[in-house]
Ligand binder design. Structure first.
Ligand code: NDP
Length: 444
C-alpha cells in the first residue's frame, strides 16, 4: 500500500526477506541454546560443547514439547507480570511529554512515569523481603528454576504481540470526534507489502491502544525490569542453594541494575531515539525488548552463579572494573547530554564549533563530538565490558554481550551515516572531513 503519507518502502534492511526469516528463527533458537548451556544440569566450560548433554535436556516427544512451551504456571506468571505492569503504567502518576513531530504533523503524547514505576517495583520487593523468612522469595526462585520455560514463553509472546500489531496496523484510526477515520503513520522501513518482512521489521511506527503506547512500554518495562529480576534470581539461588553470595555476582547485579534504572528513570531520552522516531514496532523490537534483552543480557549472572563457575574478584579487580564502568558511563552520559543541550541551544554561549546545515539544525564538531561521530557508542560499549569482566576468562560465552553489542553499534552507525548523508548531503561530507573517526578516536 502506498499513499502520500506512507510511501512504499523500497530499501530492505537485514538483507531483506532471507535476513528477516533468519533472524526470526535464529535469535530465539540462540537464547534457548543459552538456557540449555547455563543451567544446573549442564553448563558450558571453555568452548567444549557437550552436544549429547544439550540434547538430553530437550523433550523426547510432542507432549513433552507442549508441556515445555505451554507450561500453565509459567504463562500465568508471565501474563500477570506483563499485564500487571500495563495496569501500573495506567494508574501510576507521571509527567506528560510530547514526542517528535510525525509525518502527519501530529505529535504523540507520552506519560513519563519511570520514577513511580521503579519506586513501586522496589517497594514491592522490599515488602516481600521484609515478610520473608531467611530472605526466601518463592517468586525469585520460580524465575531461576524456570529460565528455559520462561525464555520460551517470552519468545512466543513476542511472536503473538508482533502478529497483533501487524494486523491492527491495517485498521484506520478513528479521530477523536469519532466520525472520520485517518491513516496510521507507518514506519518508513516497514511498508514493503511483504507480510513476513513488514511483520518482522514493524509496519506501524507507534502502535497504540488508546493512549497506551505499546512500543515505549515494551522498550522500558517488561523486558528491562525482568532482566533485573533474573539477575536477582541468580543471587537468590546461589544464596539459598549454596549458602554464599560471590562478589562477582553482586557486582554484575549492581552494575546492570544501575543501567536498568538509569534507562527507566531517563525514559524521556528515548523519545528522540531511532527506536521511537523511525523504527516500526514488529517482531524485531518486540522480541528484542521482551525476550532477547532479558535472556541474553543476563548471561554473565547466570553463568557465574553456577558453583563450578563461581568467581571471587577481590578488591583490586572490583576497583578496576568499576573504573571501566565509571569511564564508560561518563563518556556515554556526558556526550549524549552535550549533544542534547547543544541542540536545545543551551550551549550557545560556549561558541562551540559546528556546521550549519540546509535543514536548519547544526552538526556539532567540538567537545565530545569533535573526537568521533558516535563517541557515545564507545561509552556504551565500555559499560558492556564492565558487565562481562566480572566473569573472569572462563569462556567466550560470557563475553557474548560485548561482541553482539559491538556489532549492533557498528550496524547502527552505518544506518545512521546513511540517514545523515541523505539528510545533510554536502554538509555531512564537510562534517566527516572535520571528524573522521566513526566511533573510537584514532582507531575507527
Ligand atoms: P546518536 O545519539 O549518536 O544520534 C544520532 C543522531 O544525532 C543522528 O541521526 C543525527 O540526527 C544527530 N547527530 C549526529 N551527529 C551529530 C552531531 N555531530 N551534532 C548534532 N547532532 C548530530 O545515536 P543513537 O540514537 O543511535 O544512540 C543514542 C544512545 O543510545 C547512544 O549512547 C547509544 O550508545 C545508545 N544505544 C543503546 C542501545 C542498547 O541496546 N543499549 C542500542 C542503541 C543505542 P539529526 O537527524 O537530528 O541530525
Amino acid at each position: 500500500m502506498s499513499s502520500p503519507l506512507n510511501p512504499k518502502t523500497t530499501h530492505w534492511e537485514f538483507s531483506g526477506l532471507p535476513g528477516a526469516i533468519g533472524i526470526t528463527l535464529g535469535l530465539p533458537t540462540l537464547i534457548i541454546f543459552f538456557a540449555l548451556i547455563t543451567n544446573e544440569n549442564y553448563s558450558l566450560t571453555g568452548i567444549n560443547l557437550d552436544i549429547q548433554a544439550i540434547i538430553d535436556q530437550l523433550p523426547q516427544n510432542s507432549t513433552e514439547w507442549i508441556d515445555l512451551c505451554f507450561d500453565k504456571t509459567c504463562w500465568l506468571a508471565y501474563l500477570t507480570w506483563f499485564f500487571g505492569l500495563v495496569i501500573l503504567d495506567f494508574i501510576l502518576p507521571g509527567r506528560s511529554l510530547n514526542g517528535v513531530t510525525l509525518r502527519d504533523n501530529t505529535k504523540l503524547n507520552y506519560k513519563i512515569n519511570g520514577l513511580a514505576m521503579s519506586g513501586t517495583l522496589l517497594a514491592v520487593l522490599a515488602a516481600r523481603v521484609y515478610q520473608s523468612t531467611n530472605w526466601y522469595l518463592p517468586e525469585l526462585q520460580f524465575i531461576y528454576d524456570n529460565h528455559l520455560k520462561l525464555t520460551i514463553v517470552t519468545t512466543i509472546f513476542s511472536f503473538l504481540l508482533a502478529i497483533f500489531v501487524y494486523i491492527t496496523s491495517f485498521i484506520p484510526l478513528i479521530t477523536p470526534n469519532g466520525v472520520k477515520t485517518r491513516e496510521r503513520v507507518l514506519s518508513v522501513n516497514g511498508n514493503t507489502g511483504s507480510v513476513i518482512y513488514d511483520w518482522f521489521i514493524g509496519r506501524e511506527l507507534n502502535p497504540r491502544i488508546g493512549t497506551w503506547d505499546i512500543k515505549l512500554f515494551c522498550e522500558l518495562r517488561p523486558g528491562l525490569l525482568l532482566w533485573f529480576l533474573i539477575n536477582l534470581s541468580c543471587i537468590h539461588n546461589q544464596y539459598h542453594k549454596y549458602g554464599e553470595i560471590t562478589d562477582s555476582l553482586v557486582l554484575i547485579n549492581a552494575l546492570q541494575a544501575f543501567y536498568v534504572f538509569d534507562g527507566v528513570l531517563n525514559e524521556e531520552g528515548l523519545l528522540t531515539m531511532i527506536d521511537i522516531t523511525t523504527d516500526g514496532f514488529g517482531f524485531m523490537l518486540a522480541f528484542g525488548d521482551l525476550a532477547w534483552l532479558p535472556w541474553s543480557y543476563s548471561l554473565p549472572a547466570r553463568y557465574v552463579c553456577l558453583p563450578e563457575h563461581k568467581v571471587s574478584l577481590g578488591f583490586s579487580n572490583i576497583a578496576l572494573i568499576l573504573g571501566i564502568k565509571v569511564l564508560g558511563y561518563y563518556i556515554f552520559h556526558s556526550s549524549n547530554k552535550q549533544k542534547s543541550d547543544f541542540r536545545q541551544g543551551k550551549l550557545d554561549h560556549l561558541n562551540l564549533v559546528s556546521i550549519p546545515t540546509k535543514t536548519g539544525s547544526k552538526l556539532l564538531c567540538d567537545g565530545w563530538w569533535g573526537l568521533s561521530q558516535h563517541i557515545n557508542y564507545l561509552g556504551d560499549w565500555l559499560i558492556g565490558w564492565s558487565w562481562c569482566l566480572p566473569t573472569g576468562f572462563q569462556t567466550p560465552l560470557t563475553y557474548f554481550y560485548v561482541i553482539y553489542f559491538g556489532t549492533l553499534l557498528l550496524h547502527r552507525q552505518m544506518r545512521d551515516e546513511a540517514k545523515c548523508r541523505a539528510k545533510y548531503g554536502k554538509q555531512w561530507e564537510e562534517y566527516e572531513a572535520k571528524v573522521p573517526y566513526k566511533i573510537i578516536p584514532y582507531v575507527y
